[in-house]
Design a protein around this ligand. Structure first.
Ligand code: ZN
Length: 455
């Protein structure tokens, strides 16, 4: 409270955020709240679909398959059921979304979004702190795949992701790799198409700058990958008349002798490109239409850090969509695929850093192991912010707001009110008026929840 004898204006004042910054902060919180509620509703739909699938196939599913589905239903159903909101008293009682106790399941939409956010934030902080990484190296997106068939997969193996990962690991031992590549990271992704399970590797690589570095590195990878992925049972036993010419077109450095070395039974699917982003709208002249995605592809400008970071984020995005959860020809969830893959994927290192980034602690993305760590991580998002009323943008005192715990599925956001969070009238909520501050409220929420191990 102001005191008449003290001239507050004469004292050094901490920098006050401007009203438009506060408005932005409110908008960000609403967007985040909306995203979490939508993803939680999707997690609920998936949980219900898993249970429906189990009940519909109860006579044919094995005990293990049923357990996988039951576990999936329980985890996804519980995700974000305990979420913390701050409710401002008086007026229209505006809400702020603070955070959720999550389920940590590999296929949970909420948790995948959280993991993706954590990874992006870590890379953003790391690259901003080490700008030389973006000036000394060219950042590229490497995609590696192998041909496979529905009948025999790859080399007779249907679940060949670890084989793929190991071949890539072996390839990174080559002297030419070390000469060209400073470091990077990769994630393995799986989809299912008419030829069975389709695994591929998406990798972000930091390549030493030099003229023609892309073509030189691509040539080395292609020749090695082709030999290392030789599969005698491959469908392609001979190259078609245009195959080699079209491979040659992709890289000017490939000589006729190189092309003659390529084996038709080995993979020739190696993508190495500058980083790119996708957008629904065409913004400039340089975008290319990607018919498969139905979006415009834009290569990023390596000299502009913001642009480069967008490309890095796009590349990293793939690591958190390890499954294509829906059938490729419909909107239905592919429960058979989940039942088949989940037990096999358990504990598999599908995301790794390599080269100079291996062991860099700042880039570790593991979820906090303890409840206290989880609460601390959520708190860190708000640590530097004073509490403001989202409607009036005025600083709020402790007796002007309270906290409650509810499921994000019961909170709705409508475009015509600028995504203002609104909780269903009858939605169950647990008020924690006693919490002295957000840290206590968060800790209470986390302690109330089961702290599940990542799956
Ligand atoms: Zn979850």
């Amino acid at each position: 409270m102001k005191q008449a004898y003290l001239d507050l204006a004469a004292l050094p004042q901490p920098a006050q955020p401007k009203p438009d910054e506060l408005q932005l902060r409110v908008a960000r919180n609403r967007k985040r709240s909306n995203r979490n509620s939508s993803l939680k509703r999707e997690a609920n739909r998936m949980a219900l679909a898993a249970e429906a699938h189990r009940l519909a196939n109860i006579d044919t599913l094995t005990e293990d398959a049923q357990d996988t589905l039951k576990h999936l239903t329980r985890r996804l159903g519980s995700c974000s059921c305990h979420s913390l909101y701050r409710e401002h008293l008086g007026g229209d009682q505006p809400l702020e979304y603070i955070g959720s106790a999550t389920c940590k399941h590999k296929v949970c939409p909420v948790c995948n979004s959280e993991r993706s956010k954590r990874l992006r934030r870590k890379w953003l902080t790391y690259l901003t702190a080490h700008p030389e990484l973006t000036t000394e190296y060219d950042l590229m997106h490497l995609t590696l795949t192998v041909p496979h068939t529905a009948a025999s997969g790859f080399r007779g193996e249907q679940f060949y992701v670890m084989t793929l990962i190991n071949i890539f690991k072996e390839l990174r031992r080559a002297p030419w790799w070390k000469e060209h590549v400073h470091g990077g990271e990769y994630g393995a992704e799986v989809t299912r198409n008419a030829n069975g399970l389709h695994f591929h590797i998406h990798s972000l690589v930091f390549v030493h700058k030099s003229l023609q570095n892309r073509n030189e590195l691509h040539r080395h990878i292609l020749l090695s990958w082709n030999l290392a992925t030789l599969d005698h049972t491959a469908q392609r036993q001979q190259f078609g008349p245009d195959d080699l010419a079209s491979i040659g077109k992709g890289n000017k450095q490939l000589t006729p002798a190189d092309l003659a070395c390529l084996l038709p039974q080995g993979s020739t699917l190696v993508g190495l490109e500058s980083l790119y982003t996708y957008s629904d709208k065409k913004r400039g002249w340089s975008e290319k239409w990607d018919a498969e995605r139905g979006q415009w592809k834009q290569y990023v400008n390596g000299k502009n850090l913001d642009s480069l970071l967008s490309g890095v984020m796009e590349c990293l995005k793939y690591h958190f969509e390890p499954f294509s959860l829906r059938k490729h020809d419909s909107d239905e969830y592919d429960m058979d695929l989940l039942v088949e893959l989940l037990p096999k994927m358990k504990g598999k290192p599908l995301y790794q850093k390599f080269g100079a980034f291996r062991g860099v602690k700042e880039l570790n993305i593991n979820a906090p192991k303890t409840a206290a760590g989880e609460a601390a991580e959520l708190l860190a998002d708000f640590a530097h912010e004073e509490i403001i009323n989202p409607d009036t943008l005025q600083e709020a005192e402790r007796d002007e707001y309270t906290y409650f715990i509810a499921s994000t599925a019961s909170v709705y956001h409508f475009r015509d009110t600028g995504l203002r969070p609104k909780i269903g009238k009858k939605a169950p909520r647990l008020y924690i008026h006693e919490a002295r501050n957000m840290a206590q409220a968060l800790r209470f929420m986390i302690d109330l929840s089961i702290h599940p191990k990542p799956v």
